[in-house]
Design a binder for this molecule. Sequence first.
Ligand SMILES: Nc1nc2c(ncn2[C@@H]2O[C@H](COP(=O)(O)OP(=O)(O)OP(=O)(O)O)[C@@H](O)[C@H]2O)c(=O)[nH]1
Length: 908
Amino acid sequence: MALLMRKLRPSVPSISDEDDDNSIEYSFAMEYIGPPVTYSIPQAVPFKIDQVPVASVAASASLLDNSSVPVIQPIIKTSHTNPESLKSHSLPNESVSGMGSSGWLGCADAEKFETELSRRTKSSGALRLSNSGANLEEQSAKPGLLEIADDNMEGERFHDDVINKSLELTESGLSSPTLSSEIFSGVEDDCNNETTPKHVKKPSVVTFRDPESNEVVVIQEEFDHSEAGRSIPVRQTVEQDVKKKVSCYRCHKGNRFTEKEICITCGAKYCCNCVLRAMGSMPEGRKCITCIGYRIDESRRKTVGKCSRMLKRMLTELEVKEIMNFEMTCEANQMPGELVFVNGEPLTQEKLMLLQSCPHPPKKLKPGYYWYDNVSGFWGKEGEKPSEIISPHLDIGGRIRENASNGNTNVLINNREITKAELWMLRLAGVTCEGRPHFWVSADGSCQEEGQNNIRGRIWDRNKTKLFCMMLSLPVPSGSMDPSEEEVHRVITDNREQKMFHKLLLVGYNESGTSTIYKQAKLLYNVPFSENEHQSIKLVIQSNLYTYLGILLEGREIFEEEILIEKRKRMLIDESTSLAVNTGEMTDNTPYSIGPKLKSFSDWLLRAMVSCNLDAIFPASAREYAPLVEDLWKDAAIQATYSRRNEIKMLPRGASYFLDRAIEISRVDYQPSDTDILYAEGINTSNSLTSMEFSFPKSAHEDLLDSEYQHDPSIRYQLIRVHPRSLGENCKWLEMFEDVDIILFCVALSDYDENSVDIDGVSTNKMLASKQLFENIVTHPTFENKKFLLILNKYDLFEEKIEQAPLRSCEWFHDFNPVISHNHNRGNNIGNNPSLAQRAFLYIAMKFKILFRSITDRKLFVSMVTGLEPDTVDKSLRYAREVVMWEKEDSSFINDEMSSASIETSSS
Ligand SMILES: Nc1nc2c(ncn2[C@@H]2O[C@H](COP(=O)(O)OP(=O)(O)OP(=O)(O)O)[C@@H](O)[C@H]2O)c(=O)[nH]1
């Protein structure tokens, strides 16, 4: 019997009806009793309820209690998800109960939908939603998942498929993400008829609760239609409220100190009790079961294959090895080619393979935008200077652009305008760059100017160029350096590629203690001195020893002279008083007299010192003179002199450390210890530019923190120490250091009452000279907007000195007027009642801060250091790391630093 619709309203209550006004409106068909009609009448085809697929009910209630069985949870309220991602998927008409314009959430109000869904699933065991009438029109244009009673048979079959897949999913008890993604993607692909280019990011966003963690997960799928045909969906990170973030994502127990394993796809964290339940057998490494088949979060790529301590404790070595192997090799975890852009073009999977399998591939390649000069092999990140030299002539990417590396030098190499650092490199290689030259540089480094047939220079032929390239963070071709240089360079380029490389430039006025800090850092962070360095340090120490002995012998002469003068005076008095002269007293023998052999050695040594020849003579002749040093040191006159060493002004404070072991140090087989190296003066003077690579080991304090609050121990740092002598007139060579992250400016606190005399005999207060250098560096255009950390060094000497010499002896500190308390702290900790030295320190820090702000309008960071004490150097360098890490100068960190208020108090 034909039924006519009386109203074009839904014949079954729709969700939107309920949603909209809570009153369900039914429409009944009436039997038609009029004349026959000439047009076709819409028919409502009845269907049997048992034809609708129904999810099977869980076999036993106990199964549901078992939390290890994954359960697909219903869709939840959209507002819990990423609002941005859902914004684009909002419904065009909120009253429509069907699908969204393009998203998966086919409900106007997902929460009500969720309720409805669960109600219906509970009552009938299946999803029974219908759309008809006006809504159908909308839906045919915007079909969706949750639509069954459609009069379009194609649609019916299609949706049955979908439902069946859903049921398979439920019945199997496995919420395989691959499967769910297939379901979603199937629908989505059918729904979206737009022709898409190679690679389309579908607007398919699914919001559901993670079965394991019960947290909101946003899935975004991405389909790759490239030739390679890899189709690995992307899953976005799990979202958790801030409070829960520190606890386990599954059991919600624990805090930031609880050890956790992190899913490399969604970032969910699980404690040791939940990790195996959440991640199962880990066929793709450390991923939640629901993340299997999904791409990894690219920001976690560096952790792939690196097992955590927690997992190592829980599993056998073999299991861990296997899981890490899966993690590194499984297809889903491989980097997708289309995420790597070379000269503006994405790579296909084949081109990526070609790039990665060439003889010198880019190290630790990550998704991103790169430029590649296939003539020279230079490779870099878009907008940056070259970071590596890879194999040339690879057919990958597009044509290199002139502005690929964002150079501004008017000099082109192989069609690319080069950066400043590269210009330095060309100059150092002896290539003149006048005008707007365009060079062709081949893979072997030969450099020709365009249109000319002669080679203008060979970049890689000079070792000096390679050394400077390392300093300038420029790459050099592999195999062109000796193995140790190669290793250092490899580390530099590796880290640059990972963008995990920070440069600290250490500079300060003469003898401010920069080399001591540099050496201390080497010892602190286990950066061994090379064999060559060891050898030259030994020579410097032995050379220094002869200098100290020379100074001592000079002192001996003075002391001897003093006694002899005294004797002569006494003799004259005796003669004048006509007293009998004892012949014994007439001899020139004094406690400071030495025998003829030692006397001739002493004379020779002093002559060599005066002619500044010591370095040339010693320690090349160490073998020859070592026995003499032994005799000298054992001589009573020298010991008598040494006991009065405090009176010898020329003898440096640190000399006794070495003189005490004069015999041992003078020997040919002497090997300097770490402390010897630290205390040795002048180690870096021959080479005024030194650099070392290091990373900060985890401190005990850091170990207590949750991993996300710890510093990444793999981050590498480069400490470059440069002597002001090598910065040239007006510090013009500072340009070489344009890419440093922070400048550590070192000032010796004890300099305030000392003078230095220049070659013209002009004497300057060393603190004022330091201040002048500070101003020159701070105002240098290369360092505009750079962060500065002021290292106020030699605090130990300062503490002693301030008790004797007033700070006001330096004119810059004329207004230092501290309120003295007799009950003060000692040491470096500035408490409520600071000592005079602490107040003076704060005052000096404030002076520099004010100066810095007046020049730059920025904040100067300050730290107190005693270069000979490792702890203070470590603290200061870690502080520099913090300063580098802070994107913004957050006021919360002011407490870590000394506050301006406390500094002001000190000077009042
Ligand atoms: N007591 C003490 N001596 C220090 C400290 N720091 C450095 N020295 C000594 O000060 C002298 C100069 O230190 P260096 O580290 O050589 O200074 P520099 O800045 O490298 O000096 P030049 O390169 O020679 O201009 C050396 O004798 C060091 O042992 C410190 O914190 N306390």
